[in-house]
Each structure stands twice: as C-alpha cells, then as structure tokens.
Design a protein around this ligand. Structure first.
Ligand SMILES: Cc1cc2nc3c(=O)[nH]c(=O)nc-3n(C[C@H](O)[C@H](O)[C@H](O)COP(=O)(O)OP(=O)(O)OC[C@H]3O[C@@H](n4cnc5c(N)ncnc54)[C@H](O)[C@@H]3O)c2cc1C
Length: 465
C-alpha cells in the first residue's frame, strides 16, 4: 500500500480520533510540536468533535445541532487534519492505515508517536429487529434526526384515522436507564408535550413514553434515594418506567418485553421510535492494531497513559478516553479502571499531551493520571434535573431546579472553546425569551427532489420525509 505524498514528512504525533481526547491532545500539543519541527496529525472521519452530553438536548431542540460540535478546522489550525478512518495500526513498523472518508484508496501514514483516541461505540445485544427498528444516541446526526422524526411523527399522527397507527406513532421508547437514557427520554417528553400543546388535533394523553431498564434501578451514578426520586418524578410526568425489564424482540417496531427475574413475558406494544442507550463498548477498531487489548476490548494503558503490554509500556504509544483501560488510582471506577466518561477523557487528554511532550522532547516530567470523581449532573427537561456533586470530598445531592441549574452551569462551562460556549449559552437565553424552537426540518434526505421535479417536465415530486 502506498504512502500519500500530500501529507507532511515531519516527525508525526498521530492522534487516532478527534473527539474529546483527540481535540484536547491536538489543541495542547500543536504549537509546541510545530516549534520542535514536528507535526500533530488528527485522523477522524468527522470534521468535528461532538459534545455528547448535549445530544439529549439537541434531540429535544433546546440546543442547535451545530452548536454542540466543535470544528477541527476552526480550532486546530496548527494540526494536520485527515478526514478518514484509521483501519489498522502496525506499531512495530510505526505506520497506520488510513481509509479516506471520500472512498479513495487507503494509504499508509508513518508516525513517531501514536495516541489511540477512537472512543467507544454503542453496545448492543443480538435482539431480533433491533438493528432495523432502533436508533442510538452517540452522534449529532442521530440526535438531529431523532428531533425531526419525533416532530414529524407528532404532526403526521395528528392526521391519522387508524387508531393503532396513531398510537404507534405517538409512542416513544428508550431502552437503558443510565444517564444518557434518562436525559434523552425526559428531554424528548418535554419537547413532545410542547409540540402537542401547539396542535389542536392532539391531547397530552395521546402521547406515550416508556423507559425500559433491565436493572432494578436507574442511574447508577446517583444515590439510591435520588434514583428513586428520578423514577417517581418521571412517573408523575406520565412516563412509564419499567424496571427489571428487558427488550426481547423489536421486529418491525413490535416490541416484546420480558421480566428479567423469571424471563416471563412483560408486555407487547408497537412504536415507530425506539431509542437504544444501553451502554457503550470500546471502539472495535483497536482489534486491527498490534496493541495489547483487555477482556473488555479496550487498549491496555498504565496510569501514565502509555499503552502497556505484559512486558511494560510500549515506546511512542499512548491511549486515553473510552477506548482505553486506564487504572483509576483513586480506588474508584469499575474493576479498578476509570469509567468511560467525559470527565476522565478531558483530564486524561490534557495530561497525555504533557506526558507525550515530556517523553518526546524532554521538557517536564511524565506524571500519573489521578482524578477524584466530581460527581454527575443530569438535565431532565426544562427546569428539572438531578445532580450528585462531590466538591472537596463532600457529597451534595440536588434535585429539580437547583440540579438543572447545576447541569446548565457545568456543561455551559465545560463545552470546549469560548465561541461554542457563547453559541450554546446564547441559544439557551433565546429559548427563555422565545420558547423552545419546534420547527421541524423536512426532506433532509431528499433535498434535490423538488428541483428535479421542476427540471423534469411532467414529473411529480416524489413522496419524501
Ligand atoms: C448521550 C451521551 C451523554 C453523555 N453525557 C455525559 C455526561 O454528562 N458526562 C460525562 O462525563 N460523560 C458523558 N458522556 C460520555 C462522554 O461523551 C464520553 O466518555 C467521551 O466522549 C469520550 O471521549 P473520547 O475522546 O474517548 O471518545 P469520543 O469523544 O467519542 O471521540 C472518539 C472520536 O474517534 C473518532 N473515530 C472513531 N473511529 C475512528 C477510526 N477508526 N479512525 C479515526 N477516528 C475514529 C470518532 O469519529 C470520534 O470523533 C455521554 C455520552 C453520551 C453518548
């Protein structure tokens, strides 16, 4: 396979993935490495980093989709950017195989150091019909299409005469009662109720929202008492929360549920909107590398964020974020390792940038990663939320409006780059002034149809969604 002559021949720090870890590693290294005569290269099929904690709010229309992503080109001006996927890494030969996003032939990219930062993908199970009927919530495209679909289903259902079809269109289901699932269902419930208030042909009771959770509780990140409050708050809003329940089948949107205790049937109903948020797994692309992988499919790393095999750390190989098994030196985490969240990803990335610079250019010292959990904040629709904050070793539990304010405050500040913070926060303020934007965008998949029909005499525009 050929090399690509378009790219720099300077010593390269290759960052595989431009999400949380990739963005911060590149941002913190790009100028310093350039000054040393090297180059930082980020390879990602996407031209932006996605602020995933905002996906539920994008799906609910309280944040504009473009504001929840950070453009690589705008913010990584001294970084070499390559739109493509890394499909393999041969660390022994210090080369990665890159498959360009435009479909042109793959090529080899040499490097001196590599940072594995390809994150995670949605973890699913072999449930019949899930792949065809479901949608995840890991990408901005999923969040945006979910928003448009929910608004479209509500509008379309308001004209339906077939009772079964109408019920199905107005039933919204989330599988997975972790943070992402709870935030997603409560946010879209809020938006759907607002849309129905604007539509004379529908009533609040026409909508159905169902949370399916296999465990006996939701949100492991908050206390039992807070988790119970979340469930009772959701139920008081008319959301069905089915604990100890699992999805057995979803063929053609016909859901069959089972009770987790005795595997007995636990109900059947149909939906057009099935959202799957039941966990993540390390990006399986790491299996196409010669790096050591743990039993959960993560790249093995030590606390210095160096990729580490049985014989010790590998020279020039680093990893952080969801793709990596990084020891949690505070004694927290799961199984002794950091849990996959943005709190760790950002902090690991900042330390990794310093460590790599110290190791490669001899400035500073390589340090171990140690981060005390700061707690968790979740929004549950406008002015509602739950939070478990851990400042200075204390634990403060919040519910309702104070938690929602903590959620907005935390994420408003945590959103990378001042211009993105400003866009998100100004959007929130505009929502206070004008209310939530319920405009539904149509025909995103077939934007040329109207022009084609106009340019083809006698042709009617095709049906489109
Ligand atoms: C809905 C939702 C809500 C969340 N809320 C919170 C929260 O409130 N608090 C919190 O702490 N965490 C939250 N998280 C988790 C947090 O977003 C992740 O832990 C974080 O994004 C991990 O960062 P990362 O850099 O490891 O991976 P990512 O940010 O996922 O970045 C991975 C990047 O790698 C790229 N990539 C993938 N494959 C390849 C390849 N083959 N080659 C090159 N590039 C590749 C991807 O396109 C992506 O840009 C949430 C996650 C979700 C899905």
């Amino acid at each position: 396979m050929a090399s690509n002559t378009q790219f720099s021949d300077r010593p390269r720090i290759l960052v595989v993935g431009g999400g949380y870890v990739g963005l911060y590693v590149a941002k913190n290294l790009q100028k310093k490495v350039k000054a040393q005569g090297g180059i930082v290269t980020v390879v990602d099929p996407l031209p932006y980093m996605t602020y995933q904690p905002f996906l539920p709010e994008v799906a609910a229309g309280t944040i504009e989709a473009r504001h929840a992503v950070v453009s690589h080109r705008m913010h990584l001006k001294d970084t070499e950017l390559i739109a493509g996927k890394v499909t393999g890494v041969d660390h022994a030969a210090r080369t990665a195989t890159v498959e360009p996003a435009d479909g042109s032939p793959s090529f080899q990219l040499p490097y001196t150091d590599v940072v594995m930062a390809a994150g995670s993908i949605t973890r699913t199970f072999p449930i019949p019909g899930l792949a065809e009927s479901g949608i995840g919530l890991k990408t901005i495209e999923e969040a945006l299409s979910l928003r448009n679909k929910i608004l479209e289903r509500i509008e379309t259902a308001s004209l339906m005469e077939d009772e079964a079809a109408r019920k199905r269109a107005l039933t919204f289901v989330v599988v997975g009662g972790g943070f992402a699932g709870i935030e997603t269902l409560t946010e879209i419930e809020d938006m759907a109720r607002a849309a129905v208030r604007e539509n004379d042909r529908l009533k609040r009771e026409d909508l159905r929202f169902v949370m399916i959770e296999a465990m006996g509780r939701v949100m492991p990140e908050v206390t039992q008492e807070q988790a119970e409050w979340v469930v009772s708050d959701m139920r008081s809003r008319g959301i069905e929360v089915l604990l100890n329940t699992s999805l057995a089948s979803a063929e053609n949107g016909e859901l069959k549920l089972i009770n987790m205790a005795d595997k007995s049937p636990a109900g059947e109903f149909a939906t057009d909107t099935l959202i799957w948020t039941a966990g993540v797994q390390a990006n399986p692309m790491v299996r196409a590398t010669d790096f050591p992988i743990d039993d959960r499919g993560r790249v093995r790393a030590n606390a210095e964020l160096r990729i580490t095999g049985d014989d010790g750390p590998l020279e020039g190989a680093w990893a952080a974020g969801d793709v990596a098994a990084v020891p949690d030196l505070t004694g927290g985490g799961v199984g002794g390792f950091c849990v996959p969240n943005a709190q760790h990803a950002v902090r690991q990335a900042k330390l990794l940038a310093k460590n790599i610079y110290a190791a490669r250019f001899g400035e500073g010292t390589v340090k171990e990663y140690r981060h005390e959990n700061l707690g968790a904040v979740a929004g549950m629709g406008q002015y509602k939320g739950v939070a478990n904050l851990k400042p200075f070793g204390k634990t403060i539990g919040l519910k309702g409006l104070p938690a929602w304010l903590a959620h907005r405050g935390y994420h408003g500040l945590a959103m990378p780059m001042y211009e993105r913070k400003a866009r998100v926060i100004s959007g929130w303020l505009l929502n206070v002034a004008f209310g939530r934007d319920l405009t539904q965008l149509l025909h995103l998949k077939t934007p040329r149809a109207a022009f084609e029909a106009a340019a083809t005499p006698g042709k009617k525009p095709a049906e489109k969604k």
